[in-house]
Design a protein around this ligand. Structure first.
Ligand code: PMP
Length: 447
């Protein structure tokens, strides 16, 4: 138990806030009341401690209450809290140089800063259409790219896409699953070949010279941490290049060491034309996202002005937080730490799958993992309802929190295991001790 805020206005929050991602009508919606946070721990209004297993939307990579980032934001607020984004300031110069010269793949030439991931994708759509002079955009089913209009049109989730008509010319291609379709693949290579051929066929049918870009998360994130079969991302790179289509890797969730490298596409040796990012760039200490574009696209903008923009593009507080956060990643050797813990997380997940009949599949890369609940060891037959016929995950997530002190995010029938990257081996053990008990209590008897 720790000291909590003296102002307690939960009822006003419930009465007046419209909550994003609320999974119930607001009259029934009881948001979890968070008071403060430190490291990998979050505390409620009574001071009770919880482990943040999913880094709040896979976001707070460096952990909470990092004093160096807080000091950098404070210093920036005092010196220069805001300037219009058409002006230059030193910290934005330093951050851009760091991203282009040190962090991003070698082919990147320029970076635009936004407020978050959705806007980064909006600008990527705009850049791709302007650069290619083409109009159509391809993206994958079972993907998430954001909630603004263009980003929602990119998103390949059937329940969200049905909220409104999406933008014409946004076309989806199938997710490359190894299982779950009627076709079963003997090897990853076989699956890769099959899905690449399907997507190439779709490109040919749509007319290659009408397609501006193909968007894909380098690792499918909120839809359940799907890793692509071997060679798939590289194959998409080759196909898009062949037809002059830009490859856009959405690294909003997978970026900034979550996967064990700065960007997950770097683990596959893939150089996209555009990378979108947000979240881990400053671990959400202030809103910031961005779009990295290749040298060729950078050259296009060297010859053409770019008249659009947002009042809060390149916001100094977000930029200062990003510079400080990247310095912390380096000072704390976070990349090496994630790579060291990667096999350990894989092992813990595999043990959970072997022990529990309700765990159908587990997946992970770096400290980006998922547990999928299923009636069989098969993606096809996932658990959607509990014993009372209610939403399985909608009940499991509060149960994990209230009874086992684990804060998790989930989607479909999957919960994400993506804790702050500063987590220790012992803290991972603690998460799995609790998950083991919770799964026995809340999931195994459904199977
Ligand atoms: N792309 C991906 C892959 C994401 O996971 C998200 C957010 N979860 C977004 C885009 C949208 O980012 P934001 O919520 O910051 O707009």
């Amino acid at each position: 138990m720790t000291q909590t805020n003296s102002i307690n206005d939960y009822e006003s929050a419930r009465k007046y806030n419209l909550f994003s991602f609320a999974n119930a009508p607001h009259k029934d919606y009881k948001p979890f009341h968070i008071d403060h946070a430190n490291g990998i721990y979050v505390y409620d209004e009574k001071g009770k401690e919880y482990i943040d297993v999913s880094s709040q939307l896979v976001n707070v990579n460096i952990g909470f209450n990092n004093k160096n980032i807080i000091a950098a934001i404070q210093k920036q607020a005092e010196r220069l809290a805001y300037i219009a984004p058409r002006h230059a300031f030193d910290e934005a110069g330093e951050l851009s140089k760091l991203l282009i010269e040190e962090i991003a793949p070698k082919n990147m030439g320029k970076v635009l800063f936004t407020l978050g991931g959705s806007e980064a994708n909006e600008f990527a759509i705009r850049f791709a259409k302007a650069f290619t002079g083409r109009d159509k955009i391809l993206s994958k089913y079972e993907s998430y790219h954001g909630s603004s209009y263009g980003a929602s049109s990119l998103t390949g989730e059937s329940d969200r896409a049905s909220l409104f008509p999406t933008i014409p010319g946004f076309i989806k291609f199938p997710a490359p699953h190894l299982y779950g379709y009627d076709i079963k693949f003997k090897t990853e290579e076989e699956a890769t070949k099959h899905f690449l051929a399907r997507t190439e066929y779709q490109i040919q049918q749509e007319g290659p010279d009408t397609i501006a870009a193909l968007f894909i998360e380098s690792v499918t994130g909120s839809n359940g941490v799907y890793l692509y079969p071997k060679g798939y991302l590289k194959g998409l790179r080759e196909i898009t290049k062949k037809y002059g289509i830009l490859l856009v890797c959405d690294e909003v969730m997978s970026g900034f060491l979550r996967s064990g490298d700065w960007f997950a596409c770097q683990r596959e040796d893939v150089e996209p034309d555009i990378i979108t990012f947000a979240k881990g760039v400053n671990s959400a200490y202030a809103p910031l996202g961005g779009v990295l574009v290749s040298k060729e696209i950078g050259e296009y903008y060297a010859q053409n002005s770019f008249t659009a923009g947002l009042t809060y593009n390149t916001h100094p507080l977000g930029v200062a937080a990003a510079l400080a956060c990247i310095k912390e990643y380096k000072r704390l050797n976070v990349k090496e730490h994630v790579l060291e813990l990667e096999p350990y997380l894989k092992q813990k997940l595999a043990e959970l799958k072997a022990k529990h009949k309700s765990v159908g599949d587990v997946r992970s890369i770096g400290l980006f993992g998922a547990i999928e609940f299923s009636y069989s060891k098969d993606h096809k037959d996932v658990i959607r309802k509990n014993k009372n016929g209610e939403a399985f995950l909608g009940n499991l997530i509060p149960d994990l929190r209230n009874k086992y002190g684990l804060l998790t995010m989930g989607g479909g029938s999957t919960i994400l295991v993506a804790p702050p990257l500063i987590i220790t081996k012992e803290q991972i053990d603690e998460i799995f001790v609790r998950l083991d008990k919770a799964i026995s209590e809340f999931a195994d008897d459904l199977v």
